[in-house]
Every structure is written in structure tokens, then in C-alpha cells.
Design a protein around this ligand. Structure first.
Ligand code: IPM
Ligand code: MN
Length: 377
């Protein structure tokens, strides 16, 4: 996989998706100014608004491109009032479809509070948690659980009587995502911010659900191969309070799909809000990176949302590509981007609305691009 420019498929999608990916493209351009670009961007339209216009979520060539791309960068999909005939969100093909079809089994969501960033727990814009207390990786299973198409309705005489979603937990699905999480814990030498323990926490509801009991069994089985990682357990309900009360306890967290979906939104509050939450959907052969926030229709077209999540997702993508291709130059570019994001946040001169400021989406992107230019390699 080394050598040659890699192909990055860019899917801006709906609402604020294109606005934040415009900033991502901008910072990739800024990185390329000094080092050249070992990547080529290919952009394709798609999503709910595209569906509304054309009756298709995206074009066949866009889908084909995602199958051969080296990586995919997604903005956001979804638009109020637009759904597919089967009731799914329009644009689902670009997010849920890709997770399934490219077998992107691990949804990796870092939760870190950068110095200079404030969050809104408790007291307006006064930060309660010091930055050094929030630094964890949440790994969410991404292909099964309540997200498989094993659902439906029973209708009699045209009226729905029963709606069923089947929760699917398999050995294969559990084992691979759990192993991914242990490998991540192995790489994180500094451990949990509170006590430095190299801890991995399994979040489930195994006091009630059979699928969760199985998930936890597999967690223990795989864990036997990682004796240096300390195993930790939390029922998801209790986890939600511990997460907010003692975020410094957590290092790597692994959970099933639906619970992982919910706890990562909660965790985003600790890192300053959804404007900071980035995620990587990782498989063996493919990966897609995205800000966790959705299309945010309320803010669409206002040049107001925080693009940092999209920029961090871009950074995750560069790290992933660099590692996969054994490309040291690309790894240095990823680090330059990390450094620039951290610098802009630490200085705090350019703040978007979610940080109590007035800086536009464009202004935040410009500030990160300037910081990149100020430190050429
Ligand atoms: C997420 C989102 C998606 C999910 C939606 C948009 C289908 O909430 O990526 O967390 O439920 O996984
Ligand atoms: Mn979600």
C-alpha cells in the first residue's frame, strides 16, 4: 500500500456538512503548501437534500469510488422531513450503509478536553473539569446490535400492531471490536488521566441483557491476551454518572453499538460539545472519518458551526493513512494539524459560538490554516 498519491473520497452531505468539510479541505491545502500533497481529493454529492432533488441518495459512481478509495471523509447526512420509503433517514446509505457495506466495525471516538476549551456543565461557560481530566477513547461496535436490518412491523388490516428491532450480538462482531480496543489500550502508555492505570472499561447492561453478557464474556476472553491492561466494567446506566462525575477514571472504553452511540454524545459534552467530537469508522480494508455532529439544519448556511470536529476527523484520517501506508511524511503532516488545532484552541482568540465567541466557521478554519503555515516543516 505504499507509494503513489492516495485517493480520499469527500462526501460533504447535508446542512452544515459541506460548511465544515470546506474547512477540512482548506487545511489539507495548507498542509500541502509546504510538503506537497500525497493525496487526491474526489468530491461527490449525496445525502438527504440530494435525494429530495434527484430521488437518489447518491450516484452509483460515488458509491463505487468509496469502495476503491484509500479513505473517506464524510460531512453529515440528514434533513428534516426527508426520509426513504422504508422510513430510514435519507442519506443513510452514506453513513449506515458504508459502515455495513465496507465492514467498518470499529467506531473510534476520542474524547479529550483541549486546554483553552470550555464546556457547559454546571455553570454557563465556566469549565468545571480541567483539561487534564478528560482524555479517553471510546470504541463503539459499528455493524450489529440494534443497527442490523433485522427489524420490521406486523400490520393487520393496514394498522401496525407490533414493531420489532432485533438485537444481534455475534462472537465475530464482538471479538474484533474488543480486540481493536485492547490494541488501542496497548498503544496508550500514559493510561487514565486520574491515576495512569492502563485501564479498559467494558460498558454494557449485562445484568439484564444476554447479548451484553456474551459481549462481556468475549471482553474477558480477549483480555486474557493483554495481561498488562487492567480490565474494568460498568453497567451503562451507572457509567453515565461516572463519566460525568469522574471522567479522569476512563482511558479506553468499549461498548456495543446503540449504547456506544448514546454515551459518545454524552461524552462530547466533556470535551466542549459536539463541535469537538470526531470519529473514525475503521475496518480492515477501509475507513471513513466524520465529525460526530449531524447536519445541524438549524445552523445550516449560517457559517456559524464549529469546524474543529471535522478538522480533528481529518487529522485522524491522516494518522490512519500514514500508519497504513508506512508514510512518515504523512504522519508528520497529521502531527502538524494536531499541533495547529491545539494552538488555536489554547490561544482562544478565535472562538466559535459554542465557545461563547463570534468567530465564523470560516474564521476558525482560517486560524488553523494560519497556524499550520506558521510552522512549516
Ligand atoms: C452517529 C449518528 C448515526 C448513528 C445516525 C446519523 C444514523 O447518530 O454517527 O452517532 O446512529 O450511528
Ligand atoms: Mn449518534
Amino acid at each position: 500500500m505504499t507509494g503513489g498519491a492516495c485517493r480520499i473520497v469527500v462526501l460533504p452531505g447535508d446542512g452544515t456538512g459541506p460548511e465544515v468539510l470546506r474547512e477540512a479541505t482548506k487545511i489539507l491545502g495548507a498542509l500541502a503548501e509546504n510538503d506537497g500533497a500525497p493525496w487526491r481529493l474526489e468530491e461527490y454529492p449525496g445525502g438527504a437534500q440530494y435525494y429530495q432533488r434527484t430521488g437518489r441518495q447518491w450516484e452509483p459512481e460515488a458509491e463505487a469510488a468509496t469502495r476503491t478509495a484509500d479513505a473517506i471523509l464524510l460531512g453529515a447526512v440528514g434533513w428534516p422531513g426527508v426520509s426513504l420509503p422504508n422510513g430510514d433517514i435519507a442519506g443513510a446509505a452514506l453513513v449506515l450503509g458504508l459502515r455495513q457495506n465496507l465492514d467498518l466495525f470499529a467506531n473510534v471516538r476520542p474524547c479529550r478536553l483541549y486546554p483553552g476549551v470550555v464546556h457547559r456543565i454546571s455553570d454557563g461557560y465556566r469549565s468545571v473539569w480541567a483539561p487534564e481530566t478528560v482524555d479517553m477513547m471510546i470504541v463503539r461496535e459499528n455493524t450489529e446490535d440494534l443497527y442490523t436490518p433485522t427489524h420490521g412491523r406486523l400490520s393487520r388490516g393496514g394498522a401496525t400492531e407490533v414493531a420489532i428491532d432485533t438485537r444481534v450480538i455475534t462472537r465475530k462482531g464482538s471479538e474484533r471490536v474488543i480486540r481493536y480496543a485492547y490494541e488501542l489500550a496497548r498503544k496508550r502508555a500514559r493510561g487514565a488521566p486520574g491515576d495512569g492505570v492502563r485501564r479498559i472499561t467494558c460498558v454494557d447492561k449485562s445484568n439484564v441483557l444476554e447479548g451484553c453478557r456474551f459481549f462481556r464474556e468475549v471482553f474477558d476472553e480477549v483480555g486474557a491476551e493483554y495481561p498488562e491492561i487492567v480490565r474494568d466494567y460498568a453497567y451503562v446506566d451507572a457509567f453515565t454518572q461516572w463519566l460525568v462525575r469522574n471522567p479522569e477514571h476512563f482511558n479506553v472504553v468499549v461498548s456495543t453499538n446503540m449504547m456506544g452511540d448514546i454515551i459518545t454524545d454524552l461524552a462530547s459534552v466533556l470535551q466542549g460539545g459536539m463541535g469537538f467530537a470526531a470519529g473514525g469508522n475503521i475496518g480492515t480494508e477501509h475507513a471513513m472519518f466524520e465529525p460526530v455532529h449531524g447536519s445541524a439544519p438549524k445552523y445550516a448556511g449560517k457559517n456559524q458551526v464549529n469546524p474543529i470536529a471535522a478538522l480533528s476527523a481529518t487529522g485522524m484520517m491522516l494518522h490512519w493513512l500514514a500508519e497504513r501506508r508506512g508514510d512518515g511524511a504523512m504522519e508528520r503532516q497529521a502531527v502538524r494539524l494536531d499541533t495547529a488545532i491545539a494552538e488555536v484552541l489554547r490561544k482562544g482568540a478565535v472562538r466559535s459560538y459554542d465557545q461563547g465567541g463570534t468567530a465564523t466557521t470560516t474564521a476558525v478554519g482560517d486560524a488553523v490554516a494560519e497556524s499550520i503555515r506558521a510552522r512549516p516543516t
